[in-house]
Structure formats: C-alpha cells, structure tokens
Design a protein around this ligand. Structure first.
Ligand SMILES: [Zn+2]
Length: 437
C-alpha cells in the first residue's frame, strides 16, 4: 500500500488552515449609471485604527454613487480589527514589496495587490489613524514633521504620465477643502511627502508605494490617534474621501448631512446579526453585553450580518460579538444538537391567536403565550415555575421574567426556545413594549 498521496493531501489541507487569516475582508462595488473614474478605498489595514474602518463602513452602508465608481474594502485586516491590534501576523502594510507564501497575510496581500492593479482602478486610498498631528516644522512632541495624524500622505510629488499622477497638487487641493470645516483649528490637514524612494525604507514596503511603483496613484489618509472621539475621525475621513470623489468627478449622494452629530447617530447603529442555526436575528444596537443559554452548534459557527465589521469569535468558553474593535456582547453557549422540523408556531399575543415564523421578534404589550405543540418542549428563558419543564400554555407578562435573562440592554426582550427531546429547534424573541424605556 502506498501511503504517500494521502500524506501529501493532508499536508496541503493543514497548511491552508494554519497559514491563512481566519476572517476574510469584504469588497463592495458601488457603480454609478455612467462610466467614469474608479476610486478604490481600503480600510482597516491596521486593526487598531478605527477611523480607518468605521468611515468606509458608513460609505458602504449609506452612500449612493450616481456617476463613476467607488470600490470599498472596509475591513482589509479583519483578524486584527477584531483583536484591536495593529497586525496579528505582523504589520500588513510592510508586506507589499515581498511576502512569503507561508505568511498568514499572504492571500489577502496578494489579492489586494491584484485589485489595486485592476485596469479599471484609477486611484487608491489607504485609510489610517496616525500618531500626533503632522506639521512641517517642529512645534512640540505632538505637532511635528515626524507625526502622521491629520495628513494626506504621498510617497513622492508626482507620477509622470499617470491620470491623477499629480500627487502633491491633488493632496493639497483635497486638504484645502477639508480644512474649511474643521471641528477644531488644530485638526488642520497637511500634506506629508515621505519621499519614499530615497528616504523611507519602511514605506517602500507599503501598499501605496506598491501602487505608485506600478504607475497607479495612491494616497494614505491619516486621521489622528490623538483625537479620541471616533465620530470626529470618521468625519474627517469621509470629508477627505468626498473631496477625492469630487476631484475625480464621481457623483455621490448620502441621506444625511455630514456633521459629527449625525455620524455619531449612524455609528450607534451596529446592525443585525443572523445565526442561521438558531434561526434568529439579533439587533446588535440594543443587545445586552452578556447573554447566557444561547444555543450554539459546537462544530460549526455560521453567521451573517449587514455590517461588514461584525465578527463572532470564540474566546475560551464564550463567543464574542464584535463591531470592528468594539465588543458588543458575549454569548455563553448552550451546546446542543439541532432539529429542523419546526418552521411556524402558534402563539397568543395580548389575547390574540396568531402564527409566527421561528426566528421572528414579536412585540407584546401585556402578555404572551406559546401554544402546546405535541412532541415539543418550550422553554421561556428567564421564566421559571417549579415543577414545570414544558412552559407551553402559560400566559406570561413582563413582570414574570427575571430581568437578568433579557437579551437587550433595556431588559425587555426574552428568548422563547423550542426543543424536540434534547434537540434545539429554534427560537422566537418576545419584546415587551408596554413600559417606558
Ligand atoms: Zn496605520
């Protein structure tokens, strides 16, 4: 018997698992009606720079492109974003000159290089939060030529013969517009030329330098790490991106006025999370910081969200739900086998009989009852009456629940879980709307 082929195929499989990142970035292509220039925006190359990924999140979610095209990668270094570190596998922005195939970032860096070189892409922006406030002259430890924050970064003055190749001129124009609406005077943007070819060995390995050495214009936008308010950073990033769009004649619209207050409101919307095995959708904006007895499948974790920065990560005996680098909630799993036989259930809401789909969120004013289903057991999480294992046919009100079992911050929403023997069949969530929040 020849064992060789078997061993080889095992190794290949193993290396895929061991040598690549866990979370994959998303690419959102927004294309206008008429052909025009294409702007590629890359967010989150550094995981601990939230201005660089929450800005493209809002672009992805809310902007409409009417003319020209905007391609957005909001979460390039997704593993590092979820961990809130610069680079889990080393600095991704130092891997664009050369990278070994065994590097965990290899696939991502190779794919994004191809994307930058796509003939349709005219200009690339790489978004960051940088240290301090860049100034041409040394003023103090926060304001000086070595700082990176509040700057549009170029690797050289220009790329001859390239469309949008006047890097210095473009950066200056963009900053001039951004500087009209400063939230504080010290936040002014300046152009930082790293003169990469001659002076900056580290930057020679960066994404933007890779792009310009291939004759494709690229800029880095750096908001300041010293600005601790996320909505302020996102404001400046969006403002700058919009100026690039104007300059490239890309027409866009957004359903809100670009103010810090509006950005704050939009950032408060964390989106929805769907975990198909549980047949439930969770509202992440109102979700409680810790939820016990959450049915999970031990072998595989499957989920989806309308927010590309959302990830669910196993952490010892819990699952962390992250929105970018923000910890939204911890699920304490109740591992169980799953049963798919139940699609709809009969319930009584405020005295009215109705049929609801498993997975739905139901609003209840006063009371709720799940009708008995032969062969199934119903568990109202947070409600307990001694001696009862099947809680069907019991009319319950908000006051009958132990509030700590609620799944929302306001403690109004509770899980109703359905089981067949020991197998979990899905749940519905009931939200008591009777009281003031
Ligand atoms: Zn950075």
């Amino acid at each position: 018997m020849n064992l060789k082929p078997l061993i080889v195929s095992f190794c290949v499989l193993f290396s895929t698992v061991a040598f690549s990142a866990n979370l994959h970035y998303s690419l959102v292509k927004k294309e206008g009606k008429n052909n025009g220039s294409t702007l590629l925006i890359i967010g989150g190359i550094h995981g601990d720079e939230p201005g660089g990924y929450f800005a493209p999140l809002l672009l992805t979610k809310y902007y409409t492109i009417e003319n020209g095209n905007v391609w957005i990668v909001p979460n390039l270094n997704f593993d590092s974003i979820a961990k809130n570190v610069r680079g889990t596998y080393g600095d991704m922005n130092r891997k664009f000159a050369k990278i070994e195939t065994k590097d965990k970032d290899f696939q991502i860096v190779s794919d994004i290089k191809k994307l930058i070189l796509t003939s349709k892409v005219d200009l690339t922006l790489n978004l960051h939060d940088g240290q301090g406030f860049y100034r041409e002259k040394n003023i103090n430890k926060n304001f000086n030529p070595k700082a990176w924050g509040q700057a549009t970064i170029i690797d050289q003055q220009q790329i001859p013969n390239a469309k949008y190749g006047n890097l210095a001129e473009i950066a200056k124009k963009v900053n001039k517009e951004t500087n009209i609406d400063l939230l504080e005077d010290v936040h002014e943007f300046n152009v930082k030329d790293t003169n990469t070819k001659k002076q900056d060995k580290a930057m020679q390995q960066s994404l933007t330098y890779f792009s310009i050495t291939n004759n494709k214009p690229a800029f880095a936008i750096e908001t300041s790490k010293n600005i601790t308010n996320l909505s302020q950073k996102v404001f400046y990033q969006l403002k700058t991106i919009e100026e690039f769009m104007n300059l490239m004649n890309i027409k866009f619209s957004r359903p809100f006025e670009l103010t810090q207050k509006n950005i704050d409101t939009l950032l408060d919307d964390y989106g929805m999370l769907e975990i198909p095995t549980t047949k439930i959708t969770l509202n992440l904006s109102t979700l409680k910081s810790s939820i016990a007895y959450f049915p999970m499948n031990k072998d595989k974790l499957v989920y989806s969200s309308d927010n590309p920065l959302v990830s669910v990560i196993q952490d010892k005996d819990t699952y962390k739900i992250m929105n970018g680098n923000i910890l939204v909630s911890r699920l304490k799993p109740e591992y169980s086998d799953f049963d798919n036989s139940l699609d709809n259930v009969n319930v009584v809401i405020d005295g009215k009989k109705t049929v609801v789909k498993i997975g739905t969120l139901i609003s209840v004013k006063h009371d709720f009852m799940a009708e008995d289903i032969k062969g199934y057991r119903i568990n109202l999480i947070g409600f307990s009456k001694t001696g009862i294992t099947n809680e069907s046919g019991i009319k319950v009100a908000h006051k009958d629940f132990v509030k700590t079992y609620a799944i929302d911050k306001h403690e109004h929403t509770f899980m109703v879980q359905f089981y067949k023997d020991k197998r979990f069949c899905g749940m519905i969530n009931i939200k008591f709307d009777n009281e003031k929040k």
